[in-house]
Design a protein around this ligand. Structure first.
Ligand SMILES: [Zn+2]
Length: 341
């Protein structure tokens, strides 16, 4: 089959999946009442990344957006927050969110969203705009590009790790991310620098995150901009004053950039109890935000706490698996964990 024929066939299959998904979500709504699915994305790469095969590339993201556009009512998060609070959620509600502020959000995801008439909410960490890099990316790119076949991670108590194949490198990255994530900021940065040194990598990419101007472009295109702190700390690792400073300063910087109010927030890393607790929910509410999202897996229902809305990352390839995950998420009888109030 030639490329246009493959694309035609793919279009037909996708339309059938979207129709089935729409019907199934409609039935869920009729049987169980309104639910809100909030999708969470980080990056949309130009090409598939063999190290992270589950992350969408442009082509796959386009198919996902076509599917959600046809089978759901896609809402801005701010609208969904008001509707959850008012107990007035339309059928098939879905919100699209992006965390961290990757450059590909503006360069690749935005044109696709625009093509499908969809709005999304972008939670931007301000400390890495204009050429910065998140610690996890320093680590990933060090291991990805290391010329070595083995890495001695004895200094972290992780022994020697092979780097001979792609799965080896991915395993080393996952182990390192899990080990380093919960260190304090200084210790974490020191560990990342040490790993980079051990990997014998001198230069790391300086163009992964958005420029401030790209945040403005997203805002001007009708996308929502939400706060996600300055330096993406684990809030529970900070004292309450420092946590508040991170949350408030990140918002202030975004408001300067887009010259408009920012009233939605995403907790960094986002797991209830482990990454944020009631102290941070109270801070976010007191600072005048209208709503916040976690990374607790689940769907929201009318009347839920709008300062701890759960999100969901459907997985699976081909598309029907992804659609099934998404549809099934609406039928979950156990809802998201929230911190005690
Ligand atoms: Zn994040």
């Amino acid at each position: 089959m030639d490329a246009p024929a493959v694309a035609r066939q793919e279009g037909i299959v996708d339309a059938v999946i979207a129709a089935a998904s729409r019907a199934a979500v409609g039935l869920t709504h009729a049987a169980l009442g309104a639910r809100l699915s909030i999708l969470i994305f980080h990056r949309v790469r130009a090409q598939p990344d063999p190290l992270f095969p589950n992350e969408p590339d442009a082509r796959r993201f386009e198919r996902l957006m076509r599917l959600v556009g046809k089978s759901f009512t896609v809402l801005p998060l701010g609208t969904a927050v008001s509707q959850i609070a008012a107990g007035d959620l339309p059928p098939r509600s879905l919100v699209i969110t992006f965390d961290d502020g990757y450059r590909d959000n503006a360069e690749i995801a935005l044109p696709i969203l625009a093509r499908h008439g969809l709005v999304a909410s972008f939670f931007v960490t301000t400390g890495f705009l204009d050429g910065g890099r998140m610690w996890n990316d320093s680590l990933i790119e060090s291991v990805r590009t290391s010329p070595l076949n083995e890495l001695d991670l004895g200094f972290l108590g992780l022994g020697r790790r092979p780097l001979t194949s792609l799965p080896d490198r991915r395993a080393a990255i996952d182990t390192l991310l899990a080990r380093i994530k919960y260190l304090g900021p200084e210790e974490r940065n020191a560990a990342v620098s040490r790993v980079q040194e051990l990997c014998r990598v001198r230069e790391l990419p300086g163009c992964l995150m958005m420029a401030a101007e790209q945040v403005r472009v997203l805002h001007r295109a009708g996308m929502e901009i939400g706060a996600h702190t300055v330096s993406h700390p684990i809030l529970t690792a900070l004292g309450p004053h420092e946590a508040e400073r991170e949350i408030a300063a990140g918002r202030r910087r975004l408001e300067e950039i887009i010259d408009a109010p920012v009233d939605l927030f995403a907790y960094p890393n986002g797991r209830p109890f482990r990454d944020f607790d009631q102290t941070h929910v109270d801070i976010v509410r007191r600072l005048g935000f209208r709503g916040a999202v976690s990374t607790a897996q689940g769907v929201a229902r009318p009347g839920d706490d709008v300062f701890q809305l759960p999100r969901f990352t459907p997985w699976g390839d081909p598309l029907w698996k992804w659609a099934t995950q998404l549809t099934l998420s609406q039928t979950r009888t156990r809802y998201a964990t929230t911190v005690a109030s």
